[in-house]
Design a protein around this ligand. Sequence first.
Ligand SMILES: [Zn+2]
Ligand SMILES: [Zn+2]
Length: 141
Amino acid sequence: MTIRDAVRLLDSRGAPARRKSSIYRTAEVADFSFSSLRLIPVRRCDRPDCGAEFVVTHPQKRFCSSRCQRIAERRRYRHRHTAEARCRRCGATFKRTTTTERLQVYCTTKCQYEARAAEYPKRADILAGMARARAARRENA
Ligand SMILES: [Zn+2]
Ligand SMILES: [Zn+2]
């Protein structure tokens, strides 16, 4: 809803031109179709990277659009499902999602590669696999 539409709506409902409420930040809006200056409740969108002004049609309304509301919901969800963890290789703290059963254990893919490069030559199952591959190559030769 544009500010002009809201002014029209308030006018058609016979709403008072000046509504005073501490929760509303009021803004002066010139509405040329009525050739008048009115005070209507206006708020800035709670999504920091949006910040668009919108007309407060409901006291709890915090976002300018359903799109901004959805984005904020997703961010809150992600934030709730994020935990701090310590890298198994370098000990650095990093944030990881808790929505998966296979939790991230290394801070970066670099740490992951380095840890695997150090760990794999010591793992019996991997050494056995390498031995099998060598034997297969000898047979084919
Ligand atoms: Zn917005
Ligand atoms: Zn690390």
